[in-house]
Design a binder for this molecule. Structure first.
Ligand code: SF4
Ligand code: SF4
Ligand code: SF4
Length: 423
């Protein structure tokens, strides 16, 4: 195995291939706090890419209710358990080692799916990444446990009398939106014995070559997020393709400019923002503070990777829900959770402006600028002063063209009396 640098873990790690990185990377931020589980994203993907025979059970985009839901069922509980068995008591972070951009969450001292597989190579017949193949039954119910809350410990179907007070609701659940993370160090790619999986040099999207794949399902076994899926009709594996024709700018609806994916563009709750981040030659995110993704992940640090400890360096980032138990969230998003929630709960001027960029347009935003406006409101949040300025945030496209501008304060429009509502 080669040594590669995983900035989410704050350390080098083992990976079967040497470092080699694309020019820019497909990435996205999901704001869990705003998702209403309408599944419009899920259906947008389904109706575009997975409506053929053999694809009936495939949901490249899915939205599951945590903590009980999962597609395939129990995917995260199972991989976390396997890792714990491989490294009992050792899956921990050293948060004292936090250090700027190189180690924003500290250092992960445990084992990734690649490192934990080393011991299993003989026993399991050559696993490159620790994993398992889900059973058919586990793929059968994509929305099992939808809206099922955690109540009082040990009691079934009851709400906790302590109610819903922040910082932690006693009865709680939240929605987790999932697509392929187009990982920097994909476990699917590492495990494929046919070298049928590749990461595109132009945008880092991870694809399965349908001609080379022979359906061995090693990618399904190795991907800790369980995002490759086997097609029993074509007898090859498939996965989310990052809607690459849209990323490339082949979408007539937007005038053939780089366009966000179908699942992003259709999001009713306006929780999703997707784009491309520039990479340096060593694969690190090039400094680009006016790219909204760079700002949220690297500067404000409100958006965190999903299960960074698995080691694939996923390129999907989540603003964690404010109301769920912190221990659970730390296990899911790493040690950055408390700082992210604190910042999101009382956003500063720039963060509030950037949050207005979500779902105002289908075209990919490459840069933003903020035009200062008047102060319109002031209050105290969590003991800290909070000020609201009616700034205007301006979004720019790939060639520097203005895409749109939007004020922080939502315009208040009064319908003229002659058009009054008559219901
Ligand atoms: S469309 Fe948006 S709000 Fe609806 S389920 Fe998907 S992510 Fe959530
Ligand atoms: S999420 Fe899974 S399928 Fe997607 S790139 Fe990462 S390892 Fe591969
Ligand atoms: S990016 Fe495209 S292919 Fe991937 S889940 Fe979203 S809609 Fe489906």
């Amino acid at each position: 195995m080669a040594q590669v640098y995983n900035w989410q873990l704050g350390r080098p790690m083992l990976y079967p291939y040497e470092e080699k990185h694309p020019k820019s990377q497909f990435a996205f931020v999901f704001n869990i706090n705003r998702c209403i589980a309408c599944q419009t994203c899920t259906m947008a993907c389904k109706s575009t890419w997975t409506f053929a025979k053999g694809q009936e059970y495939m949901w490249w985009n899915n939205v599951e209710t945590k903590p009980y839901g999962g597609y395939p069922q129990g995917w995260d509980v199972k991989i976390l358990r396997l890792l714990e068995e491989a490294n009992p008591g050792g899956q921990a972070w050293d948060e004292t080692a936090k250090d700027g951009a190189a180690r924003p969450y500290g250092v992960f001292g445990g084992k990734t799916v690649f490192e934990a597989a080393e011991k299993r190579i003989a026993a399991e017949g050559g696993q490159v990444a620790l994993g398992y193949l889900p059973s058919e039954a586990e793929w059968r119910h994509p929305n099992f446990y939808e809206d099922t809350a955690v109540g009082p410990a040990g009691a079934r179907d009851q709400l906790n009398a302590a109610g819903a007070q922040l910082p932690e609701h006693k009865t709680w659940f939240f929605y987790l939106q999932r697509i392929c993370n187009h990982c920097t160090y994909p476990a699917c790619l590492a495990a494929c014995p046919r070298q049928a999986i590749y990461k595109r040099p132009e945008d880092g999207i991870v694809l399965i070559d349908q001609e080379r794949c022979r359906g061995y399902r090693k990618c399904m076994e190795a991907c800790p997020y369980k995002k490759p899926m086997y097609n029993g009709v074509t007898r090859v594996s498939e996965k989310c393709i990052g809607c690459y024709p849209r990323i490339e700018g082949h979408e007539p609806l937007t005038g053939n400019v780089p366009t966000e994916t179908r699942c992003m563009a259709s999001c009713v709750g306006q929780i999703r923002l997707q784009g491309l981040v520039k990479l340096d030659a060593d694969g690190q995110w090039a400094e680009d503070p006016k790219n909204p993704l760079y700002y949220m992940v690297k500067v404000a640090k409100v958006a965190l990777p999903l299960y960074p400890q698995l080691g694939t360096e996923p390129n999907g980032y989540y603003i964690p829900p404010r109301w769920a138990p912190r221990d659970y969230l730390r296990q899911m998003f790493g040690p950055g959770v408390d700082a992210a929630i604190e910042r999101y709960s009382a956003p500063d001027r720039e963060l509030l402006a950037v949050m207005q960029l979500f779902r105002r347009d289908r075209r990919i935003i490459f840069r933003y600028e903020i035009e200062p406006g008047k102060k319109v409101f002031e209050t105290t949040v969590n003991g800290r002063k909070f000020e609201l300025f009616n700034d205007t945030v301006i979004a720019f496209g790939q060639k520097g063209e203005e895409l749109f501008r939007v004020p922080v304060e939502e315009p208040f429009l009064v319908r003229p009396a002659k058009h009054s509502n008559s219901i």
